[in-house]
Design a protein around this ligand. Structure first.
Ligand code: NI
Length: 161
């Protein structure tokens, strides 16, 4: 089911999400999140963006330029961050029309739970690394605007309609 994507500054986007249970409810949530992400034209979506304060995000780094590769991350945790940083222009489904330059770690090692409750860890690189950091920010009540200097943040907010 396609859910409504909340817009910043909805309070769900500024609060810390709680650990998720790996159960049927969370899996149904993930299915809805993927459907909502594809419908909205995004490559990542975190549960708080649809008003569910659980530590779950979905991502598909591939579908815009090829076959879909849907991924679900339950209770993700960053175990390692590369010293190398990368500055990139990021959009967000919850802050339409704002593209913010955000500095992220180029690579991270992410640990998360799978649908069967097992735990996986993997090094993420490229877009997947950047997207995962963006979505985990959402789980911690942080958005792209929060990475900007006060002046840049004020200018971005002034441009919101
Ligand atoms: Ni976002």
């Amino acid at each position: 089911m396609i859910r409504r994507v909340l817009r910043w500054p909805d309070e769900c986007l500024t609060q810390v999400a709680q650990p998720a249970c790996v159960d049927g409810q969370t899996l149904a949530l993930a299915v809805d999140m993927l459907e909502t992400m594809y419908d909205a034209g995004g490559r990542g979506l975190a549960a708080p963006q649809i008003g569910v304060m659980a530590r779950v995000f979905v991502m598909d780094a591939a579908w815009k330029s090829g076959d879909p590769v849907p991924e679900v991350f339950i209770n993700p945790e960053i175990l390692w961050r590369s010293p190398q940083m990368a500055l990139g222009a990021e959009g967000c489904l919850s802050i339409p029309d704002v593209v913010a330059d955000v500095k992220r770690h180029s690579e991270v090692v992410l640990q998360w739970q799978l649908a069967d409750g097992s735990t996986q860890a993997q090094k993420l690189t490229g877009f997947r690394a950047i997207c995962a950091q963006h979505e985990i920010d959402h789980l911690n009540g942080i958005v792209t605007l929060d990475h900007l200097s006060p002046d840049a943040r004020a200018a971005a907010i002034a441009g919101l309609t």
